[in-house]
Write a protein of this length. Structure first.
Length: 90
């Protein structure tokens, strides 16, 4: 499946802000679920079909995360900008 992919090491409560050029699926997953996603198997994620942006999704726990953005098998391309808003102060 064609998709945009970003990886992050996040702390619980960090926020990922995604800005899209048109509606798309925005899915935040841990590594095992991302592997299932890539292999066409059932997977669990945080996020969903986003129609308005920017869209924000919180990291539910600390760890390594994958953000996949796709059009759900529909034709076309999607562009996205992604930024992490940290809940911790430096």
């Amino acid at each position: 499946m064609d998709h945009l992919h970003n990886e992050f090491d996040l702390k619980q409560g960090d926020v990922i802000e995604v800005t899209l050029n048109h509606p798309a699926n925005v899915q935040l997953m841990d590594t095992p679920n991302y592997q299932s996603y890539r292999n066409g198997r059932p997977f669990r994620y945080f996020g969903g079909h986003v129609k308005t942006s920017p869209f924000k999704v919180d990291a539910p726990r600390s760890g390594h995360w994958h953000l996949a953005i796709d059009l759900g098998g529909n034709a076309g391309t999607v562009r996205a900008s992604v930024q992490v808003i940290s809940t911790t102060q430096a």
